[in-house]
Write a protein that binds this ligand. Structure first.
Ligand code: CMP
Length: 139
């Protein structure tokens, strides 16, 4: 079925001017970018977005990194978009990401791993709603 997923192009990628290259890989994977905005996350926004990881040891570094520069928040649409995007992103840890994936191509470390993508339909809806109103998504 056609699904939507939420994506973030992270500060390591915007810093290296890789937004277009990442978007090309997204589109080559058959996903459509139906909403997109560049934003510098506040600490409050980053903390809320990653609240599920609040008790993990990497939470502080993750929030610091995600607020260190601009990000691009996106809504991607396509057949099985959540799994399709996870496939093209590659593993969270770039040392485990398969060749041909975004993280294998560009990620610098497990934090500076270039992209985020939702892991399930419920989280996708929740994450999209944190950054987009319905009229900002044009399919
Ligand atoms: P992301 O998909 O944005 O979700 C949480 C992020 O935490 C993850 O990508 C990684 O960039 C970062 N992270 C840092 N350390 C870890 C870890 N040990 N396990 C999972 N995620 C981690």
């Amino acid at each position: 079925a056609v699904q939507r997923t939420f994506s973030i192009i992270k500060p390591d990628a915007t810093k290296r001017n890789l937004t277009g290259k990442v978007n090309a890989m997204i589109e080559d994977a058959g996903l459509r970018i139906v909403g997109q905005r560049r934003v510098h996350l506040s600490e409050a926004q980053a903390k809320r977005f990653y609240e599920v990881h609040a008790e993990r040891p990497f939470y502080g570094d993750l929030v610091n990194f995600m607020t260190s520069g601009p990000v691009v928040v996106q809504v991607l649409e396509g057949e099985n978009a959540i799994a399709a995007y996870r496939d093209v992103m590659g593993a969270t840890n770039p040392s485990e990401a398969k060749p041909g994936t975004i993280r294998a191509a560009f990620a610098e470390s497990i934090d500076a791993n270039t992209v985020h993508g939702s892991d399930a339909p419920e989280t996708a809806a929740e994450e999209i709603a944190q950054f987009f109103t319905d009229d900002q998504i044009v399919g």
